[in-house]
Design a protein around this ligand. Structure first.
Ligand code: NAI
Length: 335
C-alpha cells in the first residue's frame, strides 16, 4: 500500500497540540501516511525570517494535500494573513464547512437535527488585501467580486449538493446595497442553479440570514456566499453546534487542498493541554475522504461520535474535564 504524503503545518498557539492529537488519530485508522512537517506562521517568522517559508509551497507542490493548524495574524497592521496568502497562491477557491451536531453534546440547539453545509468563496471579496489611504482620515478597502470566482464557488456548491443528495441551496448576499458586486455574485449563482433543476434554489440577504440561522437553523441545507459573509456566518453556525472547537473546514482548489479547523490559535489556553482537537480531527475526516480513504474517514468520524456520546473524556470547552491527550486517547480507544 502506498503511503499518502501529507504536508503538516502545525501552526501557532494551540496549533501544535491539536495537530499532534490529529496525527495520532489519523495514524490509528491504519491508513499509511507520510507526514511532511513544515512551519508557517509566527514560529517560522522567528526561526527562518519568513512567514511562509518556500519549503511550505515546495512540500505542497508534491503532496497536494495539507493539514493545517491555526496561525496568528496581527490585527490592524503587520503581515497579511497566512491563510489568505495560501488560499490565493494555491487557488483554493472553495472553503467548505460542514456544520453538524455531535451526538450527546448539549448546546442551546441540540434538540434540532442540524446538518448544514457552508460554501464560502475563498479568494476575493473584501479579503483582496487592496486597501489604501485616500487622504488623511479616509481609507478605502476594495471589494472584488468576479464572474469567474463566483461561478466556480456556485458550481462547487451545486455539484456537492447533487453528489450528497442535498435538496436546497441558499445564496447569501447584500445585493440590495452592493448592487454591482453582490449583484454579480447572485447572477452567477442563478445561472448555475438553472443547470440543477432538481435542487431548490433561494436567496437571502445576509442580515436576515443571520437572524433565521439563530431562529430556524433546521430550515437551512446548503449555503453559498462570498468570502466575508462566509467568514462570519460559519462562526455563527459553529456556535449552533458547540463552538469553534468542533467545526472542521476544507480549502479546496483544482490542484491542492488544505484541511484546517475554523478556530484560531486560542492564545488564552495555548500550551496548557486544554485545547479541543475535535475540529482538526473532523477536518482530517474530510481529508481522508478527499484522499479516497472513505472507510478510514468513517472509522475516525464514528470514533469521535462515540467519544461524544459516552461523554466521559470531553475537553473543558464542551463541558468536560479531559486534557487534549486524554480526549485523543479516548477517540483512539473507540477505534
Ligand atoms: P480563537 O479561535 O483563537 O479563540 C476564540 C475563543 O475560542 C478563545 O476563548 C479560545 O480559547 C476558544 N477556542 C478556540 N479554539 C479552541 C479549541 N480548539 N479548544 C478549546 N477552545 C478553543 O479566536 P481569536 O482569539 O479571535 O484569534 C486568535 C488568533 O488566531 C488571531 O491571531 C487570529 O488571527 C488567529 N486565527 C487564525 C485562524 C486560522 O489560522 N485558521 C482562524 C481564526 C483566527
Amino acid at each position: 500500500m502506498m503511503a499518502h504524503q501529507i504536508t503538516l503545518i502545525p501552526g501557532d498557539g494551540i496549533g501544535p497540540e491539536v495537530a499532534d492529537a490529529t496525527v495520532r488519530a489519523v495514524d490509528a485508522t491504519g491508513v499509511a501516511t507520510e507526514w511532511e512537517r513544515v512551519d508557517a506562521g509566527a514560529r517560522a517568522l522567528a526561526e527562518y525570517g519568513q512567514l511562509i517559508p518556500d519549503e511550505v509551497f515546495a512540500s505542497l507542490e508534491i503532496t497536494r494535500v495539507g493539514l493545517k493548524g491555526p496561525t496568528a495574524t496581527p490585527i490592524g497592521g503587520g503581515h497579511q494573513s497566512i491563510n489568505v496568502a495560501l488560499r490565493k497562491k494555491l487557488g483554493l477557491y472553495v472553503n467548505f464547512r460542514p456544520v453538524r451536531m455531535l451526538p450527546g453534546l448539549k448546546t442551546r440547539f441540540s434538540d434540532l437535527p442540524l446538518n448544514l453545509a457552508i460554501f464560502r468563496e475563498n479568494t476575493e471579496d473584501l479579503y483582496s488585501g487592496l486597501e489604501h489611504e485616500v487622504i488623511p482620515g479616509v481609507v478605502e478597502s476594495l471589494k472584488i467580486i468576479t464572474e469567474k470566482a463566483s461561478t466556480k464557488i456556485a458550481r462547487a456548491s451545486f455539484e456537492y449538493a447533487r453528489r450528497e443528495n442535498r435538496s436546497k441551496v441558499t445564496a447569501i448576499h447584500k445585493a440590495n446595497i452592493m448592487k454591482l458586486s453582490d449583484g454579480l455574485f447572485l447572477k452567477c449563482c442563478r445561472q448555475v442553479a438553472s443547470e440543477y433543476p432538481e435542487i431548490q434554489y433561494n436567496e437571502l440577504i445576509v442580515d436576515n440570514a443571520c437572524m433565521q440561522l439563530v431562529m430556524r437553523p433546521e430550515t437551512f441545507d446548503l449555503l453559498v456566499m462570498p468570502n466575508l459573509y462566509g467568514d462570519i456566518i460559519s462562526d455563527l453556525a459553529a456556535g449552533l453546534v458547540g463552538g469553534l472547537g468542533i467545526v472542521p473546514g476544507a480549502n479546496i482548489g483544482d490542484h491542492h487542498a488544505i484541511f484546517e479547523a475554523v478556530h484560531g490559535t486560542a492564545p488564552d489556553i495555548a500550551g496548557k493541554g486544554l485545547a479541543n482537537p475535535t475540529a482538526l480531527m473532523q477536518s482530517a475526516v474530510l481529508m481522508l475522504a478527499h484522499l479516497g480513504e472513505r472507510d478510514a474517514a468513517a472509522r475516525l468520524q464514528n470514533a469521535i461520535h462515540k467519544t461524544y456520546a459516552a461523554a466521559e473524556h470531553l475537553t473543558f470547552d464542551v463541558g468536560g474535564k479531559a486534557s487534549t491527550s486524554e480526549f485523543t486517547d479516548a477517540v483512539i480507544a473507540q477505534m
